[in-house]
Design a binder for this molecule. Structure first.
Ligand code: CTP
Ligand code: MG
Length: 212
């Protein structure tokens, strides 16, 4: 049971930039649509007015900020504060060393990014924005599929709306953070439910016009 809670918490922290990246355009988006108002050959909009340029980049930025916060708190504050007060300073430093020797810095060094991204907060920003970027690409693909299926902007396509951004976002960062499959299996039902709850809250608080 403890292991399950651990997997849940790890995966939830991991996808936090995706949740924020997907939700923030509702508040921060608007303006010119990505498809420039153009139509597909079926006579319907390519993507529709619900996918805006500002919303896209604000989502990427939000994901980056959350990623940076996770890295900053996770690497700089938690390792120090979570260790018992009597832990010798040398052990604390070793623990930080252990965290820094993780898979991400190693992989980044292969991409020659290590010199620019040796700062872990910056690294978190990079991974968080990349994840949100992938998620928003998934969101755009979703709208394209919805328009081709004749579903109007803002109307629901169950599963696609709730999970498209999760699947594509997680795939985007897989080369940097090869997440365990359990994270995905637990986040599919959890993000699905969370997405529906968040939309219902948005509806009842007046942030959005449709309940789902
Ligand atoms: N949004 C945005 N830019 C994006 C994504 C979202 O500005 N790239 C904003 C839009 O105001 C959008 C709202 O966030 O209406 C909610 O996003 P979403 O539910 O993904 O869009 P829908 O309006 O439902 O459009 P679609 O049917 O195409 O998904
Ligand atoms: Mg919608």
């Amino acid at each position: 049971m403890d292991a399950l809670i651990q997997i849940f918490l790890d995966s939830a922290i991991f996808v936090l930039p995706l949740w924020f990246g997907n939700a923030s355009p509702t508040i921060l988006g608007g303006g010119a649509p990505i498809d420039g108002g153009r139509y597909w050959r079926d006579g319907k909009r390519i993507l529709g007015d619900g996918k805006t340029i500002r919303g896209f980049w604000m989502g990427v930025l939000s994901g980056g900020v959350i990623g940076a916060l996770i890295a900053f708190i996770g690497y700089n504050i938690l390792p120090i504060t979570l260790l018992p007060a009597e832990t010798p300073i040398i052990m604390r430093l070793e623990y930080l060393e252990y965290l820094n020797s993780g898979i991400i810095p190693k992989l980044l060094s292969q991409f020659n990014l290590a010199t620019t991204l040796d700062n872990l907060t910056l690294l978190g920003f990079f991974v968080g924005s990349l994840m949100a970027f992938g998620g928003l690409i998934g969101d755009i693909i979703g709208s394209f599929i919805k328009r081709r299926s004749g579903i109007e902007r803002g109307h629901t396509f169950i599963f696609l709306d709730q999970l498209g951004f999760l699947v594509v976002g997680m795939i985007f960062v897989f080369p940097l953070i090869p997440w365990p499959i359990q994270w995905f299996l637990i986040q599919v039902p959890f993000t699905f439910i969370l997405h529906i709850l968040a939309n219902l809250i948005g509806y009842f608080t007046g942030i959005q016009d449709v309940p789902l």
